[in-house]
Design a protein around this ligand. Structure first.
Ligand code: HEM
Length: 418
């Protein structure tokens, strides 16, 4: 290098210690297997942090995350609000089009109207009625486990089960479910902070295919309603008000996108954490009434959705700092779930925890996960079935993690069952 070039070289500004942590959380593949020490450190040194890296704010305390998500002075980025560019708000170009947006990216009053109509179709009764079908899907998949050698649980059970369950919920006929599965898998990829243009355009392409298929299915259901969510959405009304065709399609798509891969990782995280804590697995074997508590503890300890976010519509005060209107704020759900102000000994995995505040894993406030009870049901059924069928579970090898943090999970999970 010549002396002239050396003279004009400008070193990048040094990162603050909090941004060094943020950088590791978002972009260091070596940290993805266990980001929890990073969340803890960030919460300790900068619980309300304005990152120079992403021009967003990062909250990592339970109470801060909860109150932001419940605050109607913050919400989904809207056109016209000068939110710094962020992939959480530009997940899909479709979600920026008000006509085609799903509830995940809506604010009141539109969100209130659609959520209320959707809730009339997506009822706790409908979810509970799915139980036998979830059990049957789990049994069929477990029956096909290879009898010799390890099973990649992700491919063999955790991935196909939730996709087929949502198809069952929506009313997609059995013979179309295998065709639909890889297409819906692509939909979630675009929700990642690091989603490439290619991932976003793949997601949009599969989204078109899924949408036009669902549109055909809607024509069938209008003519001949069934006992499924699509028919219930067509019928759902509030006085004169009904869901339009576009609203039904966009929200069916988001139910797929939000409900499928998240549950895949819940299932893998359940098995992985029980393998890593054999004494807890033993307790479960002796007392099946602990199953719901075990799923709740996995959701707390290793939540499939690690990060949520909002845009501030007004100036907001957190921890003595002002987040200006228009700024994007990330909530570290996984950090909140291990806040020692809220959970005793938060880094201890303990399926017998009782009487604790709700986990942040499904968000909070008006966007609280619509499918939380379905996800819990699926987690519980799978765990029951695996306990019934296999006396011994052994981790064949340490799993590799996908290099993605918003929806975090393993790439594969090889387990020996006998
Ligand atoms: C373990 C599995 C799951 C996790 C961890 C999870 C997590 C979340 C989170 C954190 C949110 C809030 C997003 C926000 O605040 O902006 C959310 C919203 C949502 N989830 Fe889930 N989810 C899961 C399963 C499901 C399932 C099974 C379905 C449907 C079948 C579903 C459908 C939805 C929908 C429709 C929303 C948007 C609600 C709204 O904007 O009003 N999720 N989910």
């Amino acid at each position: 290098m010549s002396e002239d070039t050396a003279a004009v070289r400008v070193d990048p500004p040094a990162l603050s210690p909090a941004d060094e942590l943020a950088l590791k959380i978002f972009a260091d593949p070596a940290s993805i297997a266990d980001p929890h020490p990073l969340y803890r450190k960030l919460r300790e040194i900068a619980p309300v942090h304005q990152s120079a890296l992403t021009s967003t704010w990062i909250l990592s305390r339970y109470e801060d995350c909860r109150s932001l998500l419940r605050d109607n002075r913050a919400g989904a980025a809207e056109p016209g609000i000068a939110a710094p560019e962020s992939t959480l708000s530009n997940a899909s170009r479709r979600d920026r089009d008000p006509e085609l947006r799903s509830i995940l990216f809506m604010n009141p009053p539109d969100h209130t109207r659609i959520r209320s109509l959707l809730s009339r179709a997506f009822t706790p009764r409908r979810v509970e009625r799915l139980r036998p079908e979830v059990e049957a899907i789990a049994d069929t998949l477990i029956d096909s486990f290879a009898s010799d050698g390890p099973v990649n649980l992700l491919d063999a059970l955790a991935f196909p089960l939730p996709a087929n369950v949502i198809s069952a919920l929506v009313g997609v006929p059995v013979e179309r479910r295998d065709w639909l599965r890889p297409l819906v898998a692509k939909l979630t990829a675009s929700l990642e902070l690091t989603a490439s243009e290619q991932m976003v355009s793949d997601a949009e392409e599969s989204s078109e295919t899924v949408r036009s298929y669902l549109s055909e299915l809607m024509v069938e259901r209008r003519a001949d309603p069934g006992d499924d969510l699509l028919s219930a959405m067509i019928a759902a009304s509030d006085g004169e008000d009904r869901l339009s065709e576009n609203e039904i399609l966009s929200n069916t798509m988001v139910i797929y996108a939000a409900g499928f891969e998240t549950t895949t990782h819940l299932i893998c995280n359940t098995v992985l954490n029980l393998l890593r804590h054999p004494e807890q697995l033993e307790m479960l074997r002796r007392d099946r009434s602990l199953v719901p508590g075990a799923i709740e503890e996995v959701l707390r300890f290793d939540p499939p959705v690690q990060i949520d976010g909002r845009t501030a519509f007004e100036d907001l005060e957190f921890g003595g700092r002002t987040i200006p209107a228009g700024h994007m704020v990330m909530t570290m759900l996984a950090g909140a779930n291990r806040d020692p102000e809220v959970y005793d000994d938060p880094d201890r995995f303990d399926i017998t925890r009782r009487d604790q505040p709700p986990v942040m894993s499904f968000g909070s406030g008006i966007h609280y996960c619509l499918g939380a009870s379905l996800a819990r049901l699926e987690g519980q059924v799978v765990l029951e079935r695996l306990l019934d069928r296999f006396d011994e579970w052994t981790l064949a090898e340490e799993p590799p993690w996908r290099p993605q943090i918003v929806i975090r999970g393993v790439e594969r999970l090889d387990v020996m069952f006998s």
